[in-house]
Structure formats: structure tokens, C-alpha cells
Design a protein around this ligand. Structure first.
Ligand code: NAP
Length: 550
């Protein structure tokens, strides 16, 4: 890393952190407003999460025709997705295409990590420090750092892991070079979406794959397929209808929102519906079946038991199937994984499933992992698919200090507080795209990102028109937002799982529900109302300060 110390230069309008889905569109909007903006990203290219998560099998779980930008007709028409669920390289190629098409790269500094940011109250400016030794002063600081970008830990705290002589990998920061598992004994720890996606691929490549499972998950087949020209034409012809459905949907996907309770249907009707949606594949099983799957435990159990039955049908060894059957949380209370031949992989001769809930890992040795009951598994490589310090981790890592030098991590020590999930009191002019308390993690990211970015851009535009230099949420407004989230989340089954939605996957992280739970459609309306009422819940200030970028 180049640690040249630069002179602190004249203030600019905005510093934007991250060049993924959020950062690219935000930069485009800020440019449209005529703002001078510098974008920093630690990676050597655009893509954000899709730059780093390049493990075998990494693929989008949302369908390509709505997991993309909608703001530009030109971009939409000039890009062709190859299949229903694009793989990581194709999504990365798409984001590169967007960056080129909008000529975004000239404002992005790659290989540059923001290591701190301090708010200068006197001048209403952020002082942003990079690992290249530069301090940049800017009126606005906007983060597009993603929700699942900071790995929980590079390796979980397994005693003796430093003694393991084989290679170790984390799905969230996979090497760019091809990793060759041929002839190797590979261990995989973690069976969330990432682990479930890479299991079949590792099983195909390795001599032997051992999956160490702590908590079984409910996975539904993705049923990926190539898109034909006729399919693409049909999606294109239907674009307006699909977009309307997307914007009316709580999860930002063009699904038919179900109106009927699972408990109103007869067992035969339910089976017919679940069978049909199981064949359709993907998130539709959860989100197009019944209205109360995440509201009523009995309704939920009908879907949960259906999935368990499917697991028992697919996995030939009943003892293995029993270990794979989820039991400790309702279906949909953890982010639902979808898969391609995940359960079938456990029928392969070269795959072993190890239940580390009943027999945890005791220690790592030079040649593998030893379990509590003494069983030893010899391994040449270990893949950690052990998740993220989601939503808040990447933000806290930025070392931001607000009014009075208060660190963001300290302010959020009992859990994050962010009005609309976008702004936090004591940190004026900081906007967090997909921040904690926004609906993003429960919905389709590009739809949420476009809504957040448009709202932020409109807010900045209005501030400039009215010669305002500072915006900051009121403490009462963010407290009320946090209370509403907790109360509304408690009306659902979501808090019942030890999920990353609750911060429960990170030891010591406050157990707080991290998302607005009533859907992106309702959230977008709330945000629009706040703006219409003159940024209700915020304080906007015009005071004597240096004019940015002059
Ligand atoms: P995750 O859902 O948090 O799963 C982590 C897994 O690692 C869990 O099975 C967890 O077990 C296990 N684990 C964690 N620490 C462990 C330890 N010390 N010992 C043993 N097991 C341990 O993480 P993820 O699979 O990376 O997915 C996170 C999110 O990223 C997803 O929910 C999704 O939103 C996003 N994602 C999206 C896609 C996509 O769209 N294509 C793909 C991958 C991921 P416990 O359950 O017992 O804690």
C-alpha cells in the first residue's frame, strides 16, 4: 500500500465510500447534481460484495430481471442476462458495464481504504482519512459499504487453528486466482446461503468434502435455467407491470403478494400450492404461498414441515437426512437460502456430514479438526462460510467520529440508532445507503438502493437550493424509529431465530433487529412523506461555514 501523505486540500462536496451497487448509482446521481465527489473503495475494481464473494457456486438468489438497476432504460435495454440467477462473474461484468457506460471510473479511487472520518463541527465538514495517508474534507459523507461485506471473522475462534498446516479460505474474501481442490480433502464450516451454494461445487472438485454443520437450514431449489430470447422479450414487454409489482411488494420483487392464511387452506390445497411453488423454485415458495408464514407459528410449521419432508425424500440415508432437517427456528426467520442440488450432494460417496451441534469442534491440529468426542477429520483445506458482522460491522469499521468526537461504535454500543435507517443523530451530513433500520436486508437490494440513493440525492439537492449546510436527525425521531422497529419486528416470528438479522451470529453484538420490518413499499412511502413535510424529524441548519468546493 502506498502511504504517501498528501496535503489536506480544499473541501469538496462529497466523499462516497464503496463502488458496488450503491456507490455506482450514488455517484451518478451526485454528478447529475453537479457535486464534486471522490469515491474510495478498498478493492481494485467495482462490484462491492460481488467483487469479494467469488467462491465456487457464488450466484445471485434473486432473479436477474429485477436484481439490477431500473433507473436507466438504456442500461436495461443494452444488457442481456444469460440466466435466471446469474453467477458472480456475470454480476461483476454487469457492474463493470454500468461503470463504463456512465463513465464512473474517473471519480473512483480503487485500492484505497477509508480508515477514519471525523466531523468538524465548526466548519460543517467531514475529514475523511484514507490508508494512502490523505485527508479529504467534504460537506457530505455517504457510505455504500454494503450489509454483508465485513466478514464475521477471517477464521472462527477454533482453538489451535493457527496450527493447521493446510490452506484456509473465507467465502467473503475468496482469492482471485483459481483455487484447485482436485485430490484434496476439504472441510466446509457454515451452512448459510454461502455454504449451501458452494457445497455442491466443492463436492464435485474435491477428493472428499466434509461439511461441518452447526445449524441446519431450510433450503428451496433455485431451479436456475438459461434465458431464451423469447423469455427475455416477454420480460421486456412486461417491464412496466413487473416494475409496478416490484414497487408494491414488501420485498421489492415482482411477486404476487399472497392474501390467504396457510391455516385457511385444507392440507390438500396447501400441498398442491407448496408442490407448485417448490417446482417454480426460489424465494417464491416463501413469498408467494401464504400471507402469514412469518406471522403465525402454526402457519409457518406447515411450510417448515413441507421442506423437512422434501429433505427426507432427497437424502437417501435417513440418519443424514435427520441431521439436515431444521428444528430450532421457524422457516424464513433466517434469510432463506436457495440451492442447486444441495441436499442431493449428501448422497455422494465423497461427502460426509458432521453434526457439530451435538459434537462440536474441539480443536484444530496440523492435519485437520478434532471433535469433542474425539473423532478426528483429516483435511488439506478448510473453507469458512461463517458469515458476516452484518449491516453495522462495515460501518463501525470506518472509525467515524461525530459531534464531540463520539465514535459511531460507541454511540451504537447498545445497538444501532438510525432515523429511516439512513442518518444518525450526532453525525450530521452522514448518509448510510442500506443502513441499519432500513428494509434492505429483508428485500431486493437494487430496489432498496435506488430508493435510498434517490432520497439522499433529492435531500442534498433541496439543501443546496435552500442554502442549508447541515442535516441531522433529531434524537427523538431516531428513538421513535428504533422503538417502531422493535415493536413491529416483535409482531412477527423474525426475532425467534439466532440470525444475523438480529446480530445474534456475533458474540457480544447487541441483540437488536436490524431492519425496518414492514417492507420497502411502506418504507418508501414513509421516506417520501418525511421529505414532503420539509424533512420532518431532521434539523436543517444554515450557518456561516466555508462553502464546499469553492
Ligand atoms: P450466514 O448466513 O451467517 O451463515 C453462516 C454459517 O456459518 C451458519 O451456518 C453458522 O451456523 C455457521 N457458523 C458461523 N460461525 C461458526 C462457528 N464458529 N462454528 C461453526 N459454524 C459457524 O452467512 P452466509 O452464508 O455467508 O450468508 C450471509 C448472507 O449473505 C445471506 O444470508 C445472504 O443475505 C447473503 N448472501 C447472498 C447470496 C446471494 O444472493 N447469492 C449468497 C450468499 C450470501 P449457525 O447458524 O449455527 O450460526
Amino acid at each position: 500500500m502506498n502511504h504517501v501523505r498528501h496535503e489536506t486540500s480544499a473541501p469538496i462536496d462529497a466523499v462516497l465510500i464503496g463502488a458496488g451497487f450503491s456507490g455506482l448509482y450514488m455517484l451518478h446521481r451526485l454528478r447529475g447534481l453537479g457535486l464534486t465527489t471522490r469515491v474510495f473503495d478498498a478493492a481494485d475494481g467495482v462490484g462491492g460484495t460481488w467483487y469479494w464473494n467469488r467462491y465456487p457456486g457464488a450466484r445471485c438468489d434473486s432473479e436477474s430481471h429485477y436484481y439490477c438497476y431500473s433507473f436507466s432504460e438504456e442500461i436495461r435495454k443494452d444488457w442481456q442476462w444469460s440466466c435466471r440467477y446469474p453467477a458472480q462473474p456475470e454480476i461483476l461484468a454487469y457492474l463493470n458495464f454500468v461503470a463504463d457506460r456512465l463513465d464512473l471510473r474517473r471519480d473512483i479511487e480503487f485500492g484505497t481504504r477509508v480508515i477514519a472520518g471525523t466531523y468538524d463541527e465548526e466548519h460543517a465538514l467531514w475529514n475523511v482519512e484514507t490508508d494512502r495517508g490523505e485527508t479529504v474534507r467534504a460537506r457530505f459523507l455517504i457510505t455504500g459499504v454494503g450489509c454483508t461485506s465485513a466478514a464475521a471473522t477471517s477464521t472462527p475462534a477454533i482453538p489451535g487453528i493457527e496450527n493447521f498446516s493446510g490452506a484456509t479460505y473465507h467465502t467473503a474474501s475468496w482469492p482471485h486466482e483459481t483455487v484447485d481442490f482436485a485430490g484434496k480433502r476439504v472441510g466446509l464450516i457454515g451452512t448459510g446461503s454461502s455454504g449451501i451454494q458452494c457445497t455442491p461445487r466443492l463436492a464435485e472438485e474435491a477428493a472428499h468434502l466434509t461439511v461441518f454443520q452447526r445449524t441446519p437450514n431450510y433450503s428451496v431449489p433455485a431451479r436456475n435455467h438459461l434465458l431464451t430470447d423469447a423469455m427475455r422479450r416477454e420480460l421486456d414487454d412486461d417491464f412496466d407491470t413487473l416494475r409496478r409489482k416490484t414497487l408494491n411488494s414488501p420485498i421489492g420483487m415482482p411477486f404476487d403478494v399472497p392474501q390467504v392464511s396457510a391455516l385457511e387452506a385444507s392440507p390438500e390445497e396447501r400441498k398442491r400450492k407448496y408442490d407448485a411453488l417448490w417446482e417454480t423454485g426460489g424465494f417464491r415458495f416463501m413469498f408467494e404461498s401464504y400471507s402469514d408464514l412469518v406471522l403465525d407459528i402454526k402457519a409457518n410449521e406447515t411450510a417448515a414441515e413441507y421442506v423437512r419432508t422434501k429433505i427426507r425424500e432427497k437424502v437417501s440415508d435417513p440418519a443424514v437426512a435427520a441431521i439436515l432437517c431444521p428444528f430450532d427456528h421457524p422457516i424464513g426467520t433466517k434469510r432463506p437460502p436457495i440451492d442447486t442440488a444441495y441436499y442431493e450432494t449428501f448422497n455422494r460417496d465423497n461427502v460426509t456430514l458432521v453434526d457439530i451441534k451435538t459434537n462440536p469442534i474441539r480443536e484444530a491440529t496440523a492435519d485437520g479438526l478434532t471433535l469433542q468426542h474425539g473423532e478426528h477429520h483429516k483435511l488439506d483445506a478448510i473453507v469458512f462460510a461463517t458469515g458476516f458482522d452484518a449491516v453495522t460491522g462495515a460501518l463501525i469499521k470506518l472509525n467515524l467520529r461525530g459531534r464531540g468526537g463520539l465514535p459511531l461504535g460507541e454511540k451504537w454500543s447498545a445497538g444501532p440508532r438510525a432515523y429511516l435507517g439512513l442518518c444518525t443523530a450526532g453525525f450530521p451530513n452522514l448518509f448510510m445507503i442500506t443502513g441499519p433500520g432500513s428494509p434492505s436486508i429483508l428485500a431486493n437490494f437494487p430496489v432498496c438502493i435506488e430508493q435510498h440513493v434517490d432520497w439522499i440525492a433529492d435531500c442534498i439537492s433541496r439543501m443546496r437550493a435552500e442554502s442549508r449546510v447541515e442535516i441531522e436527525p433529531l434524537v427523538e425521531a431516531e428513538d421513535a424509529w428504533a422503538r417502531m422497529i422493535a415493536e413491529d419486528a416483535n409482531k412477527t416470528l423474525l426475532p425467534l431465530a439466532n440470525s444475523w438479522y438480529m446480530g445474534a451470529n456475533i458474540p457480544g453484538k447487541p441483540r437488536v433487529f436490524l431492519a425496518y420490518p414492514n417492507g420497502i413499499h411502506a418504507y418508501a412511502e414513509l421516506c417520501a412523506g418525511v421529505a414532503e413535510r420539509g424533512y420532518e424529524g431532521f434539523e436543517l441548519r444554515s450557518h456561516k461555514v466555508l462553502e464546499a468546493a469553492d
